[in-house]
Ligand binder design. Structure first.
Ligand SMILES: [Fe+2]
Ligand SMILES: [Fe+2]
Length: 275
């Protein structure tokens, strides 16, 4: 079924994985990521969902897809190429796709030094620095922020002061409902998830202070916590926070994505599964 409203599809945490063919590529944090993948995470994912997702999109004519990072597991080039092929398949349907990196896409210092994400995803990267503001086909402002950095062991994120200053100007200038997309959630604790200090966005309080200055409805969308979660800000009811689950989580783990429509200046959000 389709109607005239734009369907904004939020997907996240694709986590395409490839074991490195060159064993030398294991001699950094990657060895931990590979072990964690093989021992824990692998069984939670079902990549047959990739084809199901593309088929799902076929029923719509008017779609924009937003991807909030963690395309890979250990930022290996082969993983990025798998992710790129999947994202390209969405774009081949004629739908615009907007992508930001997650902490797993900055998994090693070497990957960041070699700008692996920016190189493979150059067509999807903004030409300007972050935050960047683009407009969805229906005119909705989409503000993309960059919250990731490499860490020796932790999964912490950060948003720098320059970005926050620019973001504040953008938020104060908004005249219609807007979406802000970051990899890390702003809230550390909701009924659906709890982020330990080693997995949080370091200065999320400052980001929060800026978001709640809004005069228009804002939907802040993120991934990273691997749970679906939708919550209103306690201080500012115009701000809502959405986390979507990993797109390819298996049926048992309740994977899927969020479908967002804007009606009468309000966000309508539905969680969808691929099963
Ligand atoms: Fe993730
Ligand atoms: Fe993440």
């Amino acid at each position: 079924m389709d109607d005239n409203n734009l369907k904004i599809i939020h997907i996240t945490d694709l986590h395409f994985f490839q074991f490195p063919k060159n064993i030398l590529k294991l001699f950094n944090k990657r060895i931990l990521g590979c072990l964690n993948w093989e021992l824990n995470r692998k069984k939670r994912f079902d990549f047959s969902g990739a084809e199901r997702f593309i088929n799902f999109l076929s029923q719509y004519k008017n779609v924009a897809v937003i991807v909030s990072g963690d395309l890979t597991v250990t930022a290996l080039e082969e993983e990025f190429l798998l992710a790129k092929k999947f994202i390209d398949n969405i774009r081949k349907k004629g739908f615009p796709v907007y992508v930001i990196p997650g902490n797993h896409d900055y998994y090693t210092f070497e990957a960041v030094r070699n700008k692996r994400y920016e190189t493979v995803f150059s067509e999807y990267c903004p030409t300007e620095t972050y935050p960047t503001i683009v407009h969805l086909p229906d005119g909705t402002p989409l503000i993309l922020i960059h919250t990731v950095r490499p860490n020796i062991l932790s999964a912490r994120g950060v948003i720098d002061k320059e970005q926050l200053q620019q973001l504040e100007k953008i938020i104060l200038s908004l005249e219609k409902p807007a979406i802000v997309c970051g990899h890390y959630p702003v809230l550390h604790h909701t009924p659906e998830y709890y982020s330990s200090s080693s997995h949080r966005l370091k200065n999320s309080e400052m980001l929060h202070e800026i978001l709640i200055k809004t005069k228009v409805p804002i939907l802040y969308i993120a991934g990273h916590v691997h749970h679906y979660s939708l919550n209103k800000d306690e201080a500012q009811p115009l701000v809502n926070y959405l986390c979507s689950p990993p797109l390819f989580y298996s049926q048992q783990r309740k994977g899927g994505f969020s479908e967002i429509t804007i009606k009468n200046n309000q966000f309508d959000i539905q969680m969808k599964t691929l099963y």
